[in-house]
Design a protein around this ligand. Structure first.
Ligand code: URA
Length: 304
């Protein structure tokens, strides 16, 4: 039950970060929340009535149990970070520079200190001659276990989206703003349930490593996946909801930047509308890179 509860909490937290204020919740989740609430509330306190199956919840009504707590404010680790590293790429070809950078990041004491035992620092992967670079916010459980970005459920959907563009995962480069999975308080030594978005300070620390990857790979354009990644690249406070900036061209590191939804948002809310919006953004990316677009691709979500 703790795992499921943590998953729900994490989803609500992510939705909140995406600017979503209400969500639909399944009967199963309602039942789970009721059981969790009944356990965590002392007997003298009356358990609030359970919402009906189609109840609309605001994004933050769940009071998480301490072990899985999602902090409302930035956790302490943010202010404990040293100044962001200054990266000096060595001379050499792309492969040599990329390998040197990867070694640097994997050995970074701050990255290592933020990774729990048994987990890994996560560095970008893909084609060093990629024309398109996808950037997410931070590794999750599967990513920190395998040391590779986007290998969990969101990554599998991203791979399908890339295939929809007529490309293979090995044609593109995939990275994250963060090189470690942001820890929840209390999860330092043990298992971490759920994810939290990285703080601005955490993203600022890792950013030189991302910028250096962009410099090495030199993609024609970048795609930011989700609100947190967009905020990390466009700057905190530059927009309120992702809807204000998605589907438009911006600039990062001197390159065109397309902002779109995070695949995990589509996994959570797999409506045709959401799929169509993300697909429209990817069509713009294909247009900009001069990739051939078939009628089938162009009309994929039309009328759905
Ligand atoms: N979400 C991200 O933003 N990055 C990952 O690597 C996995 C999930």
């Amino acid at each position: 039950m703790r795992r499921s509860l943590a998953a729900i909490t994490s989803e609500l937290q992510r939705l909140k970060a995406e600017g979503i204020r209400t969500v639909s919740i399944s009967d199963e989740s309602v039942a789970l929340l009721r059981r969790a609430l009944a356990k965590s509330i002392p007997p003298a306190v009356t358990t609030p009535p359970a919402p009906s199956a189609d109840a609309r919840l605001t994004a933050a009504p769940v009071k998480p149990t301490p072990a899985q707590d999602v902090p409302a404010a930035a956790p302490k680790v943010a202010s404990n970070l040293p100044p962001a590293p200054v990266v000096k790429l060595p001379d050499g070809d792309k492969a040599a520079r990329w390998s040197a950078l990867r070694e640097l990041v994997l050995a970074d004491a701050t990255c290592r200190a933020n990774v729990r035992s048994g987990s890994q620092v996560v560095f970008g992967v893909g084609n060093l001659d990629a024309r398109i670079m996808f950037i997410g916010d931070a590794p999750g459980a599967e990513e920190e276990e395998q040391g590779e970005p986007f290998v969990g459920p969101a990554g599998q959907l991203l791979t399908k989206m890339i295939a929809g563009m007529g490309l293979a995962r090995s044609d593109v480069y995939i990275g994250n703003l963060m090189n470690w999975r942001p820890q929840m308080p209390g999860a330092a030594g043990g298992v971490q349930y759920g994810n939290r978005p990285p703080t601005a300070a955490e993203m600022a620390y890792c950013q030189p490593y991302l910028t250096a990857q962009i410099e090495v790979v030199a993609p024609e354009l970048i795609v930011a996946l989700g609100k947190t990644a967009a905020e990390g690249l466009l700057g905190p406070g530059t927009f309120r909801t992702l809807g204000e900036v998605r589907g438009q061209w911006h600039t990062f590191a001197g390159r065109p930047l397309m902002v779109t939804y995070h695949p995990s948002y589509v996994l959570r809310t797999p409506t045709n509308q959401n799929k169509r919006l993300i697909w429209e953004d990817l069509l713009k990316v294909m247009e900009k890179t001069g990739l051939a677009i078939s009628d089938r691709q162009r009309g994929y979500f039309l009328g759905k």
